[in-house]
Every structure is written in C-alpha cells, then in structure tokens.
Design a protein around this ligand. Structure first.
Ligand code: FEO
Length: 396
C-alpha cells in the first residue's frame, strides 16, 4: 500500500473495513480515519483516529519515526472519530504539544482530562514552521463543527481538509486515481448530504477563503486523497453547497396495505416524461443515508404515508425528522397518503414540509381506505406537475 503523499509526508491512519453504522450513517463500503505524519526538522502528526484504533496509529507512526521525536499533534477537529484516541496518543508521545484552535481546546477539555497536555492555540492564518515546511492554519467554523480547521502546507501545495471532501469508503488504495471514481463520487455525495449539508452557507464561505490557496493535493480525513481529480470534487461541492436541483422527481413513501403504494405508483406514472429522472423509494426498503443522498440533487419530492395511530408511519417520521436537521433547500413537493376514519399522515407530512421551508405545491392528496379511480387520476396529474416543476427548477 502506497502511503507516501510527499517525501516524508505519510498516511498513518486506519482502514475500518467492517464498520456499517457511523452514528446512523450507513457506511456500506466501510470507512477510513486518516491521519498523517509530516517529518521535517520538527515532526507533526496531523489528526488521530477513533479510540479503538490508537494502537494501530502508534504502530504506523513508530514504523516511520521514534515516538519521542513527535513534536506536535495537530487536531483539526474534535469529533471522536478523529480525536477519540488523543488520550492514548498524548500519553505515548512524551514531547508532543497539541496544536488546535481555542474552541477545539474547550471541546477536548469536555471530552477528556486534558490537564497534563501541553497546548499551543492557533488563530486563523497563523503558521507553525517545521523547518523546510510550514503548517498554516485556516479556521473553518461549521465545516462541520465550530472548532474545525484546515491545515495547509504551502511548500507542498497540500491541504489537510479534515472532513471536507471526505467519503466513507474503505480501500487498500489511498489516492483518487487508484480507485473507481464513480464509487468514490457516490460516497462523497452521500458524505456531503448526510454530514455537511446543513452548513452549506458557512462551507461556501470557507471554500471561498481557501480558493486563494495554491493546492494540488487534498488530504481529507475520510477515504481517498485527492491528487488527480481535484476539479471533479471541487465542482461537485459547488453544486451541492446550494443543493442545485436536477430534473429529478422522487416519490418517497411507506404503506400498510398498499393504498398509499398505489398512489405512489400513480404519481410516478404521471411524473414519467422525457427529460425527467424519476425514483420511487419505499422508506423501509432504503435507508436514511440513501434517501438524504437522493434528495440532495432532486428538484421535487412527494412524500406519502398510510395513517397509523393518527399520524404517519414511524419510518416516514424518521425521514422527515432527519430532513428537518439536514435542511435540504430549494425543493418543492407535496404530501399524500391514505387513512381510515380520521385525519392523520397526509396532514402531518404537509405540516412537516411547511416547517422545512419547502414550496408546498398543493394540498395533500388523500384516499380513504383504498384510492378511487378519481384519486389515482389526481395522483397522476400531481405527478405530472412535479415533473414540470422539476424541469423548471433545474433550468434556473
Ligand atoms: Fe469525521 Fe466530523 O468527523
């Protein structure tokens, strides 16, 4: 496995082949926690790994240098997948000073007993010389925690971008030109949709700030390192940051006895027209991760559920709760669903769409027990409306 990014700059992280649940993110291709060692007159470890893998990280570092020679540990992000092993790492590196921003110091102090750690607090734009190379720190608040920062090595045109541009994918390859790019981009999109989407505006400001840097390699904290396809991932981020819609219609539903299912299929039928991609998603046969990824670049979405216990079905509730947090913007849609003897799911979904700030295109479509032919016609008409709206939004 090639681990060298530049001469004396190496990957020393951990490949987590079997992880499938990353705080509810469905990591179907596994994950990596990337850490890097920069050896110069001074030696710096950039980020660490999840708690259980501290020993593996130390083994990787030991293969390159004596642990006593590590001068700095740079903490770009306090989230435990990168900082969780810091207590073991700081204990094992007797000389090391922990370099981070002020908010990161405070966060680490909440997670761990940091009383014995030596800290060096850095501000935005500050630099630390390692000898021939310099580490320059760029604060990136809300990408995706308040204390997050990038570390840039100008002499190498190398950016350590922490979670930015990451992908949850385990592989023996470390670089973007050694893997299937379609798979990596699919995972980068899932990563953006599920982790970074709520902070699009702040991230856009950060990337504008970073745009002045001369970069020809981006070493992210998850997945492969970008050295050949930087334009691909940066241009994708430009679209994702604004949830740029494509002419794509989603019908997302759950159903008890297939009444809402019949309505969902009628909506899809109506939406199917040239120039429009349509997808039918049953929430219990998909995952929150996959659904959020699909919504990122969809223009219009219909959400449907049977009524259960005077409300929507539980997984539809989970989807809408998740979306209220992720805040996908610029979308339009409506609610539909069936009921037996009282109000329920369609009305509750309608309220959720309004709360999400989406353009709600019509009143909910409802069917009592079974959709009548007239209701199914209404579903087809509403589907066509979704498709036309999707084309309009995508053309803007
Ligand atoms: Fe990969 Fe926000 O931690």
């Amino acid at each position: 496995m090639d681990i060298e990014l530049r001469k004396n700059i190496d990957w020393v992280g951990y490949v987590d082949w079997t992880v499938r649940d990353f705080h509810s993110f469905n990591t179907k291709r596994g994950a990596t926690y990337n850490a890097y060692l920069v050896r110069d007159e001074k030696t710096a470890l950039i980020d660490t790994v999840k708690t259980p893998f501290a020993e593996r990280l130390l083994k990787n570092v030991s293969a390159l240098t004596d642990l006593e020679k590590v001068d700095y540990v740079i903490c770009n992000h306090a989230e435990p997948d990168h900082a969780g092993s810091l207590p073991e790492i700081m204990e094992a590196l007797p000389k090391a000073v922990l370099v981070c921003d002020k908010k990161c110091e405070a966060a680490l102090g909440r997670y761990f007993d940091t009383s014995k750690w030596k800290f060096q607090i850095v501000a935005d734009g500050e630099s630390l010389s390692l000898g021939k190379r310099t580490l320059q720190f760029i604060l990136t608040p809300m990408l995706h925690w308040p204390e997050s920062m990038f570390t840039y090595v100008p002499e190498e045109k190398l950016l350590f971008s922490m979670d930015g541009f990451g992908q949850h994918v385990a592989s023996s390859a470390r670089f973007d030109d050694e893997v299937d790019m379609a798979q990596v981009m699919e995972e980068a999109k899932a990563y953006y949709a599920n982790i970074i989407m709520p902070f699009g505006k702040q991230v856009a400001a950060t990337l504008e700030k970073a745009a002045s840097l001369d970069i020809d390699m981006i070493a992210t904290s998850h997945g492969v390192i970008w050295r050949s396809h930087l334009d691909t991932i940066i241009n994708a981020y430009k679209d994702w940051l604004v949830c740029k819609p494509t002419a794509k219609v989603l019908v997302i539903f759950d159903s008890m006895w297939d009444s809402t299912g019949q309505m969902a299929r009628a909506i899809i039928e109506g939406a199917s027209m040239p120039g429009v991609e349509v997808k039918l998603i049953h929430v219990r046969k998909s995952s929150l991760t996959a659904i959020a990824t699909e919504v990122l670049d969809a223009a219009t979405v219909a959400f449907g559920s049977s009524t259960l216990h005077r409300g929507m079905m539980p997984m539809m509730g989970a989807v809408l709760t998740y979306f209220k947090g992720l805040r996908p913007s610029g979308k339009a849609g409506f609610a539909f669903g069936s009921y037996g003897w009282g109000k329920g799911a369609p009305e509750a979904i309608h309220v959720s769409l309004e709360e999400m700030g989406w353009e709600v295109m019509r009143e909910p479509i409802k069917a009592q027990y079974r959709p009548s032919p007239e209701v199914l016609d209404t579903c087809r008409e509403a589907g066509a409306m979704l498709a036309e709206k999707a084309k309009t939004l995508a053309a803007r």
